[in-house]
Write a protein that binds this ligand. Structure first.
Ligand code: PAF
Length: 282
């Protein structure tokens, strides 16, 4: 696997590829885990060449402490990427991505205002900025994002459509631990007991979906079931637990025949966990 350590190295590698080659990109912040498996596998199987990027993007951390604390496991990450058959990895540093004097940001529209956008001011602006820079530098035919970060995936799709980016944004299924907890780099901060408690999020989402499938369309009741289910684990503190319209990433409207999804963010001590599950058509 090729290690591309700067924009210049990336550029000359990209220019060496035939225009006929189909290139897949998996953007990551490293600390790779089983949850990245679905992205890597799909990128390798869909494309002639698969490239990952590893960059802990300072712009998308609204708390400096969170940026410092973010796990960094570069050697293990590169070994894992190679084992999945990735052809190359782009490893920019801060100066390479944001040279002296850098100040431009990509601002999301209203679909980025609520939920994660509300809880983490500036997060989506920083995320879209780095993703657009990666897209422009790499010019992938496809880019892969996890459905676990549903609002992020929605915003990246929106940006690609709004800015006419000539590429496909592919959503990949959420990978879960046996107990249902969505795999995430932040799970590394949880003890085995906390991981068991955190599985209450998935159970609560499944219980809500069951009630939805039985015909319940009253949003307040669905959200009550969701919150009560999460609170079965006393160590979980809900930041939001809501039913959203998948098409707009705004709160679901009972008068509209949208496609509904539950989205959850909860804190367990210092660790923030997010998850979501599609309910289906309302
Ligand atoms: O999901 C992530 O790991 C990050 O938000 C991303 C897409 C790599 C941008 O930094």
């Amino acid at each position: 696997m090729l290690h591309l350590r700067s924009h210049a190295e990336l550029k000359s590698w990209r220019e060496s590829l035939s225009p006929a080659v189909c290139l897949g990109l998996v953007p990551t912040m490293g600390a790779l885990h089983g949850g990245h498996a679905s992205l890597l596998e799909q990128a390798v199987s869909d494309n002639d060449i698969a490239l990952a990027s590893v960059f802990v993007n300072p712009l998308q951390f609204n708390e400096g402490a969170d940026f410092k604390r973010y796990p960094r496991t570069l050697d293990e990450d590169c070994a894992l990427l190679e084992s999945y058959g990735m052809d190359a990895v782009y490893l920019p540093d801060r100066e390479d991505m944001y040279p002296d004097g850098y100040e431009t940001r990509v601002r999301p529209g209203p679909g980025g205002e609520l939920f994660e956008g509300d809880q983490r001011p500036g997060h989506f602006e920083g995320m879209l900025t780095v993703v657009l820079k990666l897209f422009l530098r790499i010019a992938p035919d496809r880019a892969y994002f996890g459905e676990k970060d549903a609002q992020q995936l929605w915003l990246v799709r929106r940006m690609a459509a709004d800015l006419d980016l000539p590429m496909e944004v592919v959503g990949c299924r959420t990978v879960r631990e046996i107990n249902g907890l969505a795999m995430s780099s932040r799970n590394a901060f949880l003890s085995p007991e906390q991981r068991d408690d955190a599985a209450a999020i998935h159970r609560a989402m499944l219980a809500t979906r069951e009630v939805f499938r039985a015909g319940e369309r009253e949003i307040a009741r669905l959200e009550r079931i969701l919150v009560e289910g999460i609170h079965e684990a006393q160590s979980l503190h809900v930041e939001y637990a809501q039913v959203v319209d998948d098409r707009t990433f705004r709160p679901a409207d009972p008068a509209d025949q949208g496609s509904w999804r539950v989205v959850v963010a909860a804190r367990m001590e210092q660790t923030r966990l997010i998850d979501n599950l599609r309910l289906g058509r309302a």
